[in-house]
Design a protein around this ligand. Sequence first.
Ligand code: MHF
Ligand code: KIV
Ligand code: MG
Length: 281
Amino acid sequence: MEYRKILSTTAMKKMKNEKEPIAMVTAYDYPSAKLAEEAQADIIFVGDSLGMVVLGYDSTIPVTMDDMIHHTKAVARGAKNSFVLTDMPFLSYHGSIDHTLRNAARIMQEGSPKAVKMEGGIEISESMSSCVKAGIPVMGHIGLTPQAVNQLGGYRVQGRQPEQAKKLIEDAKALEQAGAFAVVLEMVPEELASYITETISIPTIGIGAGRGCDGQVLVFHDLLQYASPIQPKFVKAYKNVGLEIKNGIEQFVQETKNQTFPSESHVFHMDSDVLKDILDV
Ligand SMILES: Nc1nc(=O)c2c([nH]1)NC[C@@H]1CN(c3ccc(C(=O)N[C@@H](CCC(=O)O)C(=O)O)cc3)CN21
Ligand SMILES: CC(C)C(=O)C(=O)O
Ligand SMILES: [Mg+2]
């Protein structure tokens, strides 16, 4: 892979202004990060969705700081020339500012991503600005915030009601004020996401938020159909990797059972004189 300039948060703002879309994709380990980098994703994102797609939990709530750091380390090794972003997990940026800063510091020092992401609006703006003041670039995330699934009552579209819509607009402005370099809009009606995109100066990255956002993000396992436990309406399946993997393993199992694997090309031999010596003993 030839040298590639790692995107900066300033360059992302320039992309918004020049209407060059930002493509972000999740990655959770060395191979997914390597492939995402080779595919020239602008942002390689270690989402806490890893809890659901690679650890098998049924929400992102059980995901820990150690989980996020462990996976970020692998991604950072696989995508050395990319802007790596890491989700702060459930309740790691709540409570005291000290607690938030300690956790953000751990992620930056141990995982070495370029930035972190936090879910929430006005409520977390102080936590966010404390990190920004400490020199950590932070991305916001509003609309459907999966860490609040138990309060939201499911993974539903957010902002269809006037009060909800107004709150989302205020949240987006608050995050911009708090120093966010970009904001994810998740499961927000296209009309509202487009309005927010026009209203704030930082890039919006949509997931189920329509065509007006400054960029798009999808989960690796969703866009590749790689055994993802969920298939939301906003997902476009570009490949069926899961089927390919299953077929490959099925063939291996069959060939082992009918003894067509291994064949001559997969085995090692030894010198026939040596063999004779041994057998003669
Ligand atoms: N694999 C995966 N992809 C994601 O996009 C994702 C995760 N995991 N985990 C964390 C959150 C949770 N997300 C989700 C989870 C479920 C739906 C879902 O079931 N949506 C349905 C129902 C919509 C509705 O009721 O309004 C859909 O058809 O989109 C959407 C987003 C998005 N994030
Ligand atoms: C759905 C995206 C934005 C996310 O936060 C994740 O993958 O964890
Ligand atoms: Mg997340």
